[in-house]
Write a protein that binds this ligand. Structure first.
Ligand code: 5GP
Ligand code: ZN
Length: 114
């Protein structure tokens, strides 16, 4: 078993609060939510960062966004608005090195981000 936290969730060894799942992605609530609705959408296949993506992953990246749209609809934040964020490497704040898309909503977001 990989030492990766999100791979363990995909494998079912650690059980997060799952809100959506299909053959390619898993979506679950962030343990330390930064907004009333804060979901992480991860590919089931391990990819560490955006820098590791290849052309072969183009459909998978699209699937992450389609899952984000679905989750936003389920949480009732689609119409008012929500933010998607994918941090890449330490300076951007990435702490878990398994690709993940943050879906944040339920409050007004600010710009520029911190
Ligand atoms: P990053 O900082 O890498 O962009 O985001 C990692 C996210 O994973 C953080 O928002 C953090 O709260 C979340 N996280 C870390 N450990 C766990 C965990 O064990 N369970 C869940 N559900 N989220 C986690
Ligand atoms: Zn992983």
């Amino acid at each position: 078993m990989s030492d990766c936290l999100f791979c363990k969730m995909v494998a079912g060894v650690i059980k997060p609060d799952v809100v959506y799942e299909d053959d390619a992605v898993l979506a679950f609530r962030d343990i330390n939510p930064q907004a009333p609705s804060h979901v992480l959408v991860v590919p089931k296949r391990h990819i560490s960062t955006i820098n590791d993506l290849t052309g072969a992953d183009a459909e998978l990246v699209g699937r992450l966004y389609l899952a984000a749209k679905k989750v936003a609809g389920q949480d009732g934040i689609a119409a008012e608005g929500y933010r998607t964020v994918m941090n890449c490497n330490a300076a951007a704040g990435q702490t878990v090195f398994h690709l993940h898309l943050h879906v944040l909503g339920g409050r007004n977001m600010h710009w520029p981000p911190g």
